[in-house]
Design a protein around this ligand. Sequence first.
Ligand SMILES: Cc1cc2nc3c(=O)[nH]c(=O)nc-3n(C[C@H](O)[C@H](O)[C@H](O)COP(=O)(O)OP(=O)(O)OC[C@H]3O[C@@H](n4cnc5c(N)ncnc54)[C@H](O)[C@@H]3O)c2cc1C
Length: 534
Amino acid sequence: MSAAPQPVRHDLARSLAQSRTWDLVVIGGGATGLGVALDAAARGLSVALVEAEDFAKGTSSRATKLVHGGVRYLAQGNLRLVREALRERAILLRNAPHLAQPLPFLLPVYGAKGRWFDQWFYGSGLMLYDLLSGRQRLGRTEFLGAQAAAHLAPGLQVRGLTGAVRYWDGQFDDARLALALARTAIARGATVINHCAAVGLLHEAGRIAGVVIEDRESAQRNSLRTRCVINATGVWVDEVRRMDRTPRADLVAPSQGVHVVVDREFLPGGHAILVPKTKDGRVLFGVPWLGKTLLGTTDTPRTDLAIEPEPFREEIDFILGEASRYLARAPTRADIRSVWVGLRPLVKAPNEDPGDTKALSREHAVLVERSGLATVTGGKWTTYRAMAEDVLAHCMANQLLPSRPAGATAALPLVGAPASGERPLSDPPGLHLYGTEASAVLSLPGAEHDLAPGLSEAMVRFAVRHEYARTVEDVLARRSRQLFLDARLAASIAERTAAILCEELGERFDAGKSLRDFAALAGRYCQLPAQPAQ
Ligand SMILES: Cc1cc2nc3c(=O)[nH]c(=O)nc-3n(C[C@H](O)[C@H](O)[C@H](O)COP(=O)(O)OP(=O)(O)OC[C@H]3O[C@@H](n4cnc5c(N)ncnc54)[C@H](O)[C@@H]3O)c2cc1C
């Protein structure tokens, strides 16, 4: 069976070149922008979205992979935020069960004091979490003894373990979910294109009238006329706000979060672990994901906005140090398969201390400037749909868009969504991540030839033909997650991947450049910051 017909990138570029006035142009193809494009298209508005790099190349491919209400925000007493996120968690799990699923967590407690105080303290908080989930609860919070906890999470440090609290949340494949959003928006009539940047804004009588875009493949510039522009560029929103002429105070204070990936043997079983209070008062997760274990994350203020930020040595030491306190077998630097860094777009409030990003708001912000430029940033992946509804409501209230009722995406299955997920996301990657499109993948040449476990030649062809992959990185970082799971392995299959891209894209594909770029990137994902000389 073949996948449902959809426009190829060339058709999308041609649609952008037509002379017309769009209802809405969205800048940025991460979770936020794609959510907006889908919501607007589902309400019948004409939408164009431009993404400078690739869908989810920014923060949206670098999450801890949790679809969650935010246990941490519960501790901060932000019940409204938690309740909204729990509602969105349920919607996401329903609309994309191949890419977002329930996951059980253990919160281990140690020592005699932990047995009574911590277990009671965290347990009652997590019971409140259950209560806030209402009918959308994914499982019951339970108190476990040390033996039961060690049985469920055999990698846990048992020395001093006195018990655990077990609770439920969700997990997802962030980059593939972003692709599903892009493709669902396209299926709903939106023109959503990657490798195409917004490089300027057009003004008429002091109001925004359009966006100047540059296709990074053809180097062609073009102007899109539109009634409304939504700036959804994550940590880069202030750069786009500066294109709007009047200089203003920055909205975002970025903070970086590092994850390291180690083999599954460090945390076998299907449970994630939550360390509720690290030595410096953060939370740390160990999450089984696509056959590996993710450990993270950190929260370090950062003022530069690199698309590929580098981890600091202290961040790696911190993650490994904390992991060694909670895992029976402590992972070392030599065990790290991949390390990646994401930038959180935290929203600044006036007079907040930019040095303490743990204290900055995790809520999203919507700002409509006098020119009509609407900016949406902050929040989290889990709440992308609520953020889309909110920014569209602001645009409608400001008469930038015609009024259309909200709720169009609450029960809208994303491309590929089966009735229920076949296999857990903690399992190694495979065809199950394609949902109802698995048979379309199998019908392509090379379905029986694997480049790496869970990545067949046919999947690479599918990535090009149906998922808008244009480079080796697009395939190995986001259509498949090889770069994030094992950077050395990803580097070793780059040439074979490039050869398939050549067959599929012909002379439009610059194999030499794509391979050089990917080799440099994979090098960064497996190279750790040097340790000081002893
Ligand atoms: C370490 C870490 C862990 C996290 N874990 C979780 C989690 O487990 N669960 C959860 O719910 N949330 C999590 N989050 C939060 C979540 O990942 C982010 O809130 C979300 O991904 C932000 O999406 P975005 O679309 O706003 O930004 P981005 O994903 O960064 O998207 C912005 C896009 O805009 C593009 N862009 C920039 N300038 C231009 C331009 N001029 N023209 C066109 N395009 C442009 C960029 O290339 C980028 O792709 C985490 C965040 C971090 C940093």
